[in-house]
Design a protein around this ligand. Structure first.
Ligand SMILES: Nc1ncnc2c1ncn2[C@@H]1O[C@H](COP(=O)(O)OP(=O)(O)OP(=O)(O)O)[C@@H](O)[C@H]1O
Ligand SMILES: [Mg+2]
Length: 332
């Protein structure tokens, strides 16, 4: 074993673009981050900010069509996934890296029972016998809190409710003991008790196997509960990145401040204060900061010059002229 372990996942300058009738859309724009073994990175941001496209680009679920282009590096234990043959990538998906997709139906095959689909994971990737794989499937169905696991295992996805399907996908993703789990809004469709049970399961995976986890969520409460680091995305870019404790106690980007201000305080009956305005249209981004039109602190410079994440600040990075000017020159 080498002395210095490579990071589990190192994403460098990931950029995903789509060619559309109305021009080029950059859904993921120069995104970089690292997830170490045993670390949970939360990714937050409004709808359309590029969270799912980031996860799908890492797993190469997009990028094969002519209209899609994925650039940058996705180093998984030092190996660039973007350079692998599709055949090699298939060995990594589901075993080394599992995805809990945002839409569970895209991960479930309607013609196989849920139990068979979960059992397939340890059979293919870990050489389990059919019988042992079936027992593992039932155990996983129980662990995600689906009652009557034996009966449910023999049912087809259409016989499951939406929340149960999502839990079926989670069971499938966890059945292979992945080194990296990418969970895209894994608990959104679930009620609160099941939600905390699933978060516990994700924590168990990390604690028992040292897996790294990328957790995409709208829910800052979930981030506070289980993440170590958090990256805030806006219009395809990471605008702020810090440890969870640091981000919650000292949010620096006006967008992050807005997100945190929209969180209801415990016992507070007043409504959420959403950030005024709409996310920008990715077809018509200005040359400046994408948040400028909604920013309460906007300056002239913000409308013409794009702020960069300062690389030398590894602990707490912010892409904002207001913040970065206080600390000296910006440095891309
Ligand atoms: N095939 C495509 N062609 C053009 N644009 C696309 C395509 N797929 C996604 N996009 C755009 O990419 C952007 C990012 O989408 P993405 O699904 O990553 O958002 P998200 O942050 O996951 O949002 P949500 O919170 O709603 O899940 C969106 O503006 C979306 O319209
Ligand atoms: Mg999404």
């Amino acid at each position: 074993m080498p002395e210095v372990k490579k990071p589990l996942l190192e994403v460098k300058s990931l950029t995903t673009s789509f060619r559309t009738d109305r021009g080029l859309v950059r859904a993921v724009d120069n995104v970089s981050f690292t997830i170490d073994h045993g670390q949970i990175l939360g990714i937050v941001g409004e709808s359309g900010s590029g969270k799912s496209m980031t996860s799908q680009s890492i797993l190469r679920l997009i990028g094969s069509r002519k209209s899609e282009q994925v650039n940058g590096e996705v180093l998984f234990e030092g190996q660039d996934l973007l350079k692998l043959q599709e055949r090699q990538m298939q060995k990594i998906r589901g075993k080394e890296i599992s995805l809990i997709a945002q839409d569970p139906m895209t991960s479930l095959n309607p013609v196989y029972t849920v139990g068979n689909q979960i059992a397939e994971v340890p059979m293919i990737h870990e050489g389990f016998s059919k019988k042992n794989a079936w027992s593992k499937a039932i155990e996983m169905i129980k662990r995600v809190g689906i009652p009557s696991a034996e009966v449910r295992a023999a049912q087809y996805p259409h016989e499951f409710s939406g929340g149960m399907r999502q839990r079926g996908v989670i069971a499938m993703a966890l059945a292979g003991n992945p080194k990296l789990l990418i969970a895209d809004e894994p608990t959104t469709a679930l009620d609160v008790t099941i939600q905390s049970q699933i978060l516990e399961l994700i924590l168990d995976l990390r604690n028992e196997t040292g897996a790294g986890i990328m957790l995409i969520t709208h829910d800052l409460g979930v981030v506070a509960e289980i993440c170590d680091q958090v990256a805030v995305m806006y219009a395809g870019k990471i605008v702020e990145k810090a440890s969870v404790a640091e981000l919650f106690s000292n949010p620096k980007h006006p967008y992050t401040q807005g997100l945190l201000a929209s969180l209801p305080k415990l016992g507070d009956k007043t409504r959420l204060t959403p950030i005024p305005g709409q996310p920008p249209n990715l077809h018509h981004l200005s040359s400046g900061c994408a948040f400028a039109d909604r920013c309460p602190f906007v300056m002239d410079k913000c409308r013409s010059v794009q702020p960069a994440l300062k690389k030398e600040q590894t602990e707490h990075q912010v892409a904002c002229h207001l913040v970065n000017e206080e600390g000296g020159d910006e440095n891309q």
